[in-house]
Design a protein around this ligand. Structure first.
Ligand SMILES: Nc1ncnc2c1ncn2[C@@H]1O[C@H](COP(=O)(O)OP(=O)(O)OP(=O)(O)O)[C@@H](O)[C@H]1O
Ligand SMILES: [Mg+2]
Length: 322
């Protein structure tokens, strides 16, 4: 359960995605006998620049649902329009710290007509995330979320939560691949909760050598998302299955997991029952799937509640969101 303060602090990447499409086939331009002098430039047809990064993605949904989440991260000099966007949408960016002379982390990807992709990720200001400290916060948040970020920063924030005795959610997702079993164990021990998809849970078991039951026993509760098959919540001895919110309008899967977390934590911060938290996550994820990019969706709280009630039973509780 969360403390007096209702503030959820999101730590994790903040990034811009630059996405381009090449109306051809990369394979036709890669000459296997000339690889030693490879030099290719693709004339691309479309480009979009999107706001992303795990911390603001989760914060965006929390804010849509009426919360006032804080993003704790290092960002670049090019962050100002992103800051305005987040603030306009109810996210508190006072702890998004600009690193002079750096760009915000940036992902550049070009996709060809067969969906083959050539991409680069530049960490930029994210590489300085470990220079921030949770000890600098003006007041303790109710909950800290530790999401994919500079690896040293993730380890530091976990250590600091443990020192300060602050509850934290361990959300390692994309960073599981490069984390050692030891680092994963340290993140789990002392965490209030673990959020992962089912594949990631398997990777954690492999890397730590722990069984699923042993992984789950480290935390008060765990949320395992299973794509279109919904999610499972493990809390104490209880297991709850949550159905995904159906949709026939999937536009882009990017960010569904993050939106799920934002919906779930909205319910959790209000002390609502596990299934209701999961269902809030599921609907928030579906809204995200139905538009381009992780923050391309929008809804009013009234619209959200109305749609929620066509799928699930909230016993009237969701009036508190309105
Ligand atoms: N095809 C789908 N139809 C309905 N809901 C979906 C679908 N795919 C995902 N979801 C919802 O999104 C939630 C999270 O999805 P998933 O388990 O794929 O997370 P993820 O693998 O972490 O995704 P990502 O990291 O790409 O955002 C699911 O629990 C479900 O509620
Ligand atoms: Mg994910």
């Amino acid at each position: 359960m969360m403390s007096e303060s209702k503030t959820i602090l999101l730590t994790g990447s903040v990034a811009y995605d630059y996405l381009m499409t090449f109306p051809g086939d990369f394979r036709q331009h890669i000459l296997p006998d000339q690889l030693e002098s490879i030099s290719l430039s693709f004339l691309v047809e479309t480009m979009v620049k999107r706001r992303g990064g795990i911390a603001p993605n989760i914060a965006y949904t929390l804010a849509l649902l009426g919360g006032r989440p804080q993003v704790f991260a290092t960002v670049g000099e090019d962050f100002e329009d992103y800051r305005r966007w987040l603030e306009d949408n109810g996210v508190d960016t006072r702890y998004a710290q600009v690193v002079p002379g750096k760009f915000t982390a940036s992902f550049f990807a070009t996709t060809d007509q067969n969906n083959a992709q050539l991409a680069s990720f530049y960490p930029g200001a994210m590489g300085e995330a470990a220079s921030l400290s949770l000890h600098e916060l003006e007041s303790p948040p109710a909950l800290v979320v530790v999401s994919p970020n500079d690896p040293a920063a993730m380890e530091k924030y976990i250590r600091e939560c443990q020192e300060l005795n602050w509850p934290y959610v361990y959300d390692p997702s994309q960073q599981i691949v490069r984390a050692s079993g030891e680092v994963l164990r340290a993140g789990l021990s002392g965490a209030t909760a673990l959020f992962v998809n089912e594949y990631e849970l398997g990777m954690i078991e492999n890397k730590t050598g722990l069984s699923q039951a042993e992984v789950l026993s480290q935390v008060d509760f765990a949320v395992v998302t299973r794509g279109p098959r919904g999610a499972t919540i493990y809390a104490g001895d209880q297991t709850y299955t949550v159905e995904a919110t159906p949709t026939d309008q999937i536009v882009d899967p990017t960010g569904a997991g993050d939106a799920f977390r934002g919906g779930f934590l909205t319910g959790y911060s209000r002390g609502w029952a596990w299934p209701l938290c999961g269902q809030l996550g599921a609907l928030a994820a579906t809204y995200c799937l139905e538009s381009d990019g992780p923050q391309g969706h929008h809804y009013s709280r009234a619209e959200f509640v109305q749609r929620f009630r066509t799928h699930y039973d909230d016993g009237g509780l969701l009036k508190e969101l309105l």
